[in-house]
Design a protein around this ligand. Structure first.
Ligand code: ATP
Ligand code: MG
Length: 582
């Protein structure tokens, strides 16, 4: 189990961080030199020691220091902020591959939005702690200590102590306001994402909006969201507006002390005018580290909290995995399936979805499951794919308990056309060749022919290179189903499962597809799940499910003879067909 802490991050790139802090210290040292130049300059000026060459010399020094500052500032940004970006990249990769390992049930209990928030906000917070946070902390420590030491040793200890009194308040103000500003900033972000979600949903559902003539209402709803976004932004501006002047107020107090007390010292000739000028400019340099100290406390706190949240995700383990020591040869899978007293519920608190299921499917058979909605048909498919765990001894593949068959074998040897088939926003060819992007084009086209969708695809201007999804073509329901079918067929699976995958296809095309399947799947196992009897009537065996139990089984003819649920469904569908025809 991978768990992270800040120490790990810093150690991982310790050389870069160390160098970064060195560059940062160099910048600070150069910055601290400037007031010294000013001081010498003022004293020389006052005592009339300066001529033209002297001015040029001072100007040259200042340019040199400024150039050095710029150079080293560039370096520390690269070394510290750049390293934080590296950490961000590593962490995001780790998170993504960890999430890919987790079982479907994990995603079922997680909102996609929450996961996205972890991947963006939490990782950002960690980046801020490991980048700007480090800079601020190092700056706050280095600059504060160095400045105060210089002031005490080179100018005047009493003046220094008095001038410092108001400064800690700057840190307090920035801790306090930092928290408030962060909260308000988040609320601005929320308001904005709410706004864009609303707009996005509206655009995706624009057909529904138009069909129900809801445009005006939608505009009103948008205006409310937009106003909310505006108000929260104004609120944030107000807080910022208060924060800056407050910081300036406290640093102004410091200057007040210096002008009043320091001015007297100059008049009394205890310190020189140059000392006074240098002091003022050092004091100005202390405002930032004081603010930084306040910010850094918040940044580290937030980084910690985010790290805890991410660690909680990293602590999740997939509940479906290969048992150690399972040794299984792919070529062994013949496609024989046995259910032995299978009883299943999605979780302990949920009700039983499947009960006492007993059946055997010989390799090469075509069987079908029929039943009302919610009777457990899709659940059977999901269990065969090992998306959920079953108890030992409930499902066997080729005589092996399914729990002992490696996931790789199951997922490679089976193909599944899910009921809510999902196509990716890429080309049709890539969607069909999803299991292996290297698949040659002829094979892709062949699969499309088998799924009876070849002609449809060829009719698009870009044919198989047509992009699907938001920025591309929207396929009709039946076309989607057939593309998803092609994606499954191209794998030439030992076991093929179609979950209501022909429901949006007309009966004539359906018949053609089923005929194709018959020859492709002659020696392979096919499991058909359907509502429509036309889809399944030729299956070797049909299981009728009702509320999680198999209540009838047999082939089409024998089931009709029983005059049970199957017969009822059949009669109803005949009637529907007649009504449609008339
Ligand atoms: N992930 C899940 N977690 C908890 N309960 C679930 C889950 N998926 C399905 N169910 C429940 O299990 C029961 C069977 O669902 P299933 O999807 O297997 O039905 P189905 O026969 O495929 O229905 P349909 O014909 O509508 O597709 C339903 O009561 C459903 O509410
Ligand atoms: Mg279903």
């Amino acid at each position: 189990m991978q768990q992270y802490d800040f120490k790990y991050f810093f150690l991982k790139y310790k050389k870069r961080y160390l160098l970064g802090v060195v560059w940062l210290a160099l910048v600070d040292i150069l910055q601290l030199i400037i007031p010294q130049i000013l001081r010498l300059f003022t004293d020389d000026l006052q005592e009339g020691l300066l001529d033209g060459a002297g001015l040029v010399r001072y100007a040259f020094f200042i340019i040199l220091v400024a150039g050095g500052t710029a150079f080293f500032r560039f370096l520390w940004r690269l070394y510290i902020n750049g390293t934080a970006r590296k950490l961000e990249r590593d962490l995001r990769n780790d998170l993504y591959s960890h999430l890919q390992r987790l079982s479907p049930s994990y995603f079922q209990h997680q909102k996609t939005g929450d996961l996205m928030a972890h991947a963006t906000n939490d990782i950002n917070a960690i980046r801020r702690a490991t980048g700007p946070g480090v800079v601020m902390l190092a700056d706050a420590i280095l600059l504060t200590i160095a400045t105060i030491a210089i002031l005490i040793f080179t100018i005047d200890i009493r003046l220094t102590l008095m001038a410092l009194i108001p400064l800690p308040f700057i840190s307090l103000v920035s801790v306090h306001f930092g928290k408030i500003i962060h909260k308000k900033f988040k609320s601005v972000q929320e308001a904005f994402s709410n706004l864009s979600d609303k707009a996005q949903e509206n655009f995706s559902g624009i057909r529904v909006v138009k069909a129900f003539a809801r445009e005006k209402k939608e505009v009103e709803r948008f205006e409310v969201s937009n106003k909310n976004n505006f108000l929260r932004n104004v609120d944030l501006i107000k807080t910022w507006g208060l924060f800056r002047p407050l910081v300036q107020f406290f640093s102004g107090l410091s200057f007040l002390v210096v002008i009043w007390y320091g001015g007297r010292l100059v008049i009394l000739r205890t310190i020189s005018l140059g000392d006074f000028v240098a002091f003022i400019s050092y004091l100005g340099m202390l405002t930032w580290p004081m603010m930084a100290l306040g910010f850094v406390i918040n940044i580290i706190q937030r980084g910690r909290a985010s790290l805890d949240r991410l660690n909680a995700i990293f602590a999740e383990e997939p509940d479906i995995y290969d048992f150690p020591g399972t040794d299984f040869d792919i070529s062994e899978l013949r496609g024989e399936i046995t259910f032995d007293d299978l009883t299943f519920s999605y979780s302990k608190d949920d009700e039983t979805v499947l009960q006492d299921i007993n059946l055997e499917i010989a390799a090469g058979d075509t069987v079908a499951f029929l039943g009302r909605t919610g009777s457990g048909k899709s659940t059977i498919a999901r269990l065969l794919l090992r998306m959920y765990n079953t108890d030992p001894g409930e499902i066997y593949l080729d005589g092996h308990d399914i729990r002992e068959v490696p996931l790789r074998v199951i997922r490679e040897e089976m193909a599944y056309v899910p009921q809510d088939n999902f196509l990716f926003s890429t080309t049709i060819a890539e969607n069909i060749a999803f299991h292996d992007p290297e698949t040659p084009r002829e094979k892709i086209e062949q699969a499309a022919r088998e799924a009876c969708v070849y002609k449809n695809i060829k009719d698009f201007t870009h044919g198989f290179d047509t992009i699907l999804g938001e920025r591309g073509v929207t396929l009709s329901g039946g076309q989607q189903q057939r593309v998803a079918l092609a994606r499954a067929l191209i794998k030439r699976p030992k076991i093929l499962m179609l979950d209501d995958s022909l429901s949006a296809v007309d009966t004539k095309t359906e018949e053609e597809i089923l005929q194709n399947l018959e020859s492709i799947m002659a020696k392979r196992t096919t499991i058909l799940i359907a509502h429509r009897i036309s889809t399944i009537k030729n299956a070797d065996r049909i299981f009728v499910l009702d509320r999680g139990q198999i209540i009838e089984r047999g082939d089409h003819e024998s089931l009709l003879e029983k005059e049970g649920l199957y017969y009822d469904i059949y009669q109803k569908q005949l009637l529907e067909e007649k009504l449609e025809e008339s």
